[in-house]
Design a protein around this ligand. Structure first.
Ligand SMILES: [Zn+2]
Length: 160
């Protein structure tokens, strides 16, 4: 048995002509009927919030799959780089503290050496790579947030 699909007849919003619900546009006036179902609207706000949480996720949401995935991976790599670089800074500060304690010990200042080794807050100064990576990550995040919002807005305007 052959399967028969049933199509409804709908009225064109522009001229009132009866058109098949299957048609993309009105046969009489050309009014586009099915455009909403072919490209659902994506909210610029949702896209921005998703990119606020993690760069690239908002791009995937609005259909920029490839670009969104690349942006997500780049953002992850930048975050790892900042983490590793800051970790090195902390290690450096701890080594500096140990050197100072050893110096005090060598000079015979035992109480100062003891104090120095107990200091749980060594002077931590962020290195230039850490600062630059941090700024770079923040800029990347900000630009992605700004552009995904504008892309979503533009896509909606083109669908109007
Ligand atoms: Zn029409």
């Amino acid at each position: 048995m052959k399967e028969e699909k049933v199509y409804m007849m709908i009225k064109c919003k522009e001229c009132g002509t009866e058109v098949s619900s299957r048609a993309n546009s009105c046969v009489k006036c050309g009014y586009v009927i099915n455009r909403v179902s072919t490209s659902p609207k994506k909210s610029p706000g949702v896209a921005a919030v998703l990119n606020f949480l993690w760069s690239g996720v908002g791009n995937i949401y609005i259909g920029q799959i490839g670009g969104g995935l690349i942006a997500s991976i780049v953002y992850l790599a930048l975050n790892i780089a900042v983490f590793v670089s800051a970790g090195n800074d902390i290690k450096e500060a701890q080594q500096q503290q140990q050197r100072q304690a050893m110096n005090q010990l060598a000079r015979g200042n035992y109480s100062k050496a003891f104090e120095q080794s107990l200091n749980s807050n060594p002077d931590l100064s962020l290195s230039a790579p850490t600062v630059l990576l941090g700024i770079g990550t923040f800029l990347f995040w900000g630009v992605m947030l700004f552009t995904v919002y504008n892309s979503a807005k533009k896509m909606n305007e083109e669908n109007e």
